[in-house]
Design a protein around this ligand. Sequence first.
Ligand SMILES: Nc1ncnc2c1ncn2[C@@H]1O[C@H](COP(=O)(O)OP(=O)(O)OP(=O)(O)O)[C@@H](O)[C@H]1O
Length: 577
Amino acid sequence: MKRINLIEFLHNAIKPYRLIFAGVILCVGISSLSVYGFFWSIKYLLDTLSECTKDMSKIGNAYKFSALSISFIAAYELSARIREYLQLKMIPNIKKNIIDEVAGKTFSYSYNFFQNFTPTKFVYSAFQVSESTSDLFVDYIVDFLKTGFSLTLACITLFYVNSTLGYLGISWILIWMLSSVLLSKITYSMSYKLSDLRSSLSAKWTNTFDNIDSVFVYNGVEKELEKNKAYSEKVMNQDRKLYKFILLIFSSQSVVTVLITIFAFFYMLRLFKYGLTTPGDFMLVGEIIHNISHNLWEFAQDLSWLISDIGRIRQGLDMAHSDSIQRENQIQKINFSNYDISMQDISFSYNDKEVFSHDGILKIKQGSKIALVGSSGSGKSTFVRLLLGLIYPQKGEIFLGQNKTSHMNEYELRENFALIPQDPKVFEDTILSNIRYGSFESTKDEAMEASQKAQIHDFIMTLPKQYETEIKNNSLSGGQRQRLMIARGLLRNAKIFIFDESTSALDTITERDILNAIEEIDPSKTKFIIAHRLYTIKNADHILVFDDGKIVQQGNHESLISKEGLYKELYQIQTDK
Ligand SMILES: Nc1ncnc2c1ncn2[C@@H]1O[C@H](COP(=O)(O)OP(=O)(O)OP(=O)(O)O)[C@@H](O)[C@H]1O
């Protein structure tokens, strides 16, 4: 697993805006120079005014320095506003791109990743990455640049006034920065942990809401509140720890600032006493000390928040990259003369625990109707996921036509399938969009035809906006969702249909009608039907009986019922014969 490189990630985010970013840097430089230009012109104004107390003929110079001071203020304001305008052109776009990039990366993960992840934790972390990354650009990069320019100019000015003060300034800045950087390592690990705790807390809340029926029916509100409170306390403690630490750093830095200010003022007074400084120099040094102190504070604060943000970004990126199974096979050109399926010496395991295997060759002819039966957890869905290329066997090969599925492009492989899942969920969109998900190019008439076959059309026509009605999972019954999925599947021009327990939530009459609709699907299409109710698959061409991750029996209904075995046992239990 390759960790996402943070620097590369930030560099990619800023790359398209190089020119604007260069403009921002230029504006920051002009602003800093204007501030110091202002300080210098005020120094000369002050010195000229003090000479004017003796000789009024120099008042013309005072006007010149006043005009210069005003120009520096104007230059500062102008460059600051241009910088903000440039940031406006850049920041919202960077934020959007980062959200898009995180979303795009998500879909490159394997199906296994989605089976095991917690959506809220992921979404929370992804948004943290986006927000924190844009903060990096808005607040920190610009602020650090400002601080860098300002402190450099401050040191140059101090050296010009007095070299002792210059060395004092440099030492102060270096010690402060070094200690801030060293201490920030501790802040970083604290922030990383805090971000992880926060995203886990939101995942806990979602889990509670996912179980809302049980929470209400089993009077679990108190228990849920308690559970979540325990977690929010953990978050609070970690938060407090971080704040305490930052306060400690800042307090020690405050002491240093006061000591240095005392020294600088007494030292300047001494120089003044011996006529070595002018009132203008005094004002200049006072301004610079104030400026250095202000900039160092900004630096320390920015650094602590920057480190917190980097902790958040790192945690989000690590989480987004916790994928483990990736395909390494070469993608090859595909070629179909038929859509027969075959498997050879297959074995698939989750975390080293084998959940499906088949020794030897299993062949399924194009156009056959295959039933998969067996108890819960026996491996039927795993078998289907292997066919769909959602997971890949650690051992053995699956062929579609003459092509190894592991060597096929995933999109090209899945184009051949329509899946009607066991636990249907809808997109929060219109009914029509949900059905047309089966084929984005299909027309409304085709979607309506599929809905009729799936026995859902009449229901749709009773809705206020019919096919344009917006739906949510909770606004449809389980059976309605199942029929919607069947319509979606029928709309796809697939070669292989997989019906995973797709009539389990339907009443007997609707179930019969749907089974008839399945019968009517083009006979050249292969159909897999996973069913617990064996009467629904009696007329299948071939029945595969699963037990404990293996196909333990196969044949048609008559042949299976005529011999002792799991199928006969299950059939007898269900029919009471
Ligand atoms: N993501 C996963 N991680 C670990 N084990 C898994 C995962 N998904 C499924 N399993 C395990 O694989 C085994 C086979 O599961 P599978 O879903 O294929 O069974 P099934 O026959 O389809 O069951 P059902 O009829 O209840 O849907 C089970 O023991 C299950 O616990």
